[in-house]
Design a protein around this ligand. Structure first.
Ligand SMILES: Nc1ncnc2c1ncn2[C@@H]1O[C@H](COP(=O)(O)OP(=O)(O)OP(=O)(O)O)[C@@H](O)[C@H]1O
Ligand SMILES: [Mg+2]
Length: 242
């Protein structure tokens, strides 16, 4: 059964069509990469899926239910969460406190704390739960953001450039953890990342946005030879990100 369905989603900001009639369906336990040049509409699409933007037109079905126009915490309770591009964990708080905050979506403090420890365990950070975020390494912060999102107990998780600051080797660790979350916990993942090698390795399927339009939807092998994608993204100046 389809877990998420986007139908003709459109977001306008004044005269700018940031997301332009985008449709796709997501099956449970898929790992999907969402790529496209800067400004293509990736973050806006994520924001719309989790209720931070209302679509100008089109709609979103999550578990077969209409969620477009619902408030973010309602959609989060239903089981879809996103991380925030460029919004880090609270630096002056411990990792555990950061993750516990997210657990409060569904639980009182004691339970949220126990859940937070479990989420930290799942990303391999339980042993540093009490460390303040500002003394963590970049890969630890990335995994900490994943743990914070996990504490809302999502079934589908949207990750917006959590690996941006990482070296390729550090990315491999995060990628292994994300795959495990899918394999062991049955999570469905949609991942925005500019680093092509990382996204190709992680994803089983790629969605490509360009100027708000979905220009490709296929396996990494298919998409990487798609002439529209090569012209818009892979062959252009964005090849620098590789
Ligand atoms: N709140 C807003 N108001 C007006 N325009 C916006 C708003 N948010 C985004 N935009 C514009 O919408 C377009 C899509 O932006 P978006 O942030 O979704 O792109 P992106 O694919 O996530 O880019 P990046 O890879 O740089 O993160 C851009 O032209 C951006 O300037
Ligand atoms: Mg973005």
């Amino acid at each position: 059964m389809t877990i998420l369905q986007a139908n003709q989603l459109t977001v306008r900001f004044g005269g700018l069509v940031a997301v332009d009639k985008v449709s796709f369906a997501v099956q449970p336990k898929e790992i999907i990469g969402l790529i496209g040049p800067n400004g293509a509409g990736k973050t806006t699409l994520f924001s719309m899926l989790v209720g931070l933007h209302r679509p100008t037109s089109g709609h979103v079905l999550f578990d077969g239910q209409h969620v477009s126009g619902k408030r973010p915490h309602v959609i989060a309770r239903q089981g879809m969460t996103k991380t925030f591009q460029n919004t880090a964990l609270f630096p002056e708080m411990s990792l555990l406190d950061n993750v516990t905050t997210a657990g409060l979506l569904r639980h009182p403090v004691r339970e949220a704390r126990a859940l937070a420890l479990d989420c930290l365990d799942r990303v391999g950070l339980r042993n540093i739960a009490d460390v303040d975020v500002d003394s963590l390494t970049f890969p630890q912060r990335a995994l900490g953001e994943v743990a914070r999102a996990l504490a809302t107990q999502p079934r589908i998780l949207l990750l917006d450039e959590v690996m941006a600051a990482l070296t390729p080797l550090e990315m491999d660790t995060v990628i292994a953890t994300l795959r495990e979350l899918r394999d062991r916990d049955g999570l469905t993942l949609i991942v925005v990342e500019h680093h092509m090698r990382a996204i190709m390795r992680l994803s089983e399927r790629l969605l490509v946005l360009n100027f708000g339009k979905l220009i490709a939807d296929g396996t990494p092998a298919e998409v990487s030879v798609n002439p529209d994608v090569v012209a818009a993204y892979l062959g252009g100046e964005h090849a620098r990100h590789n």
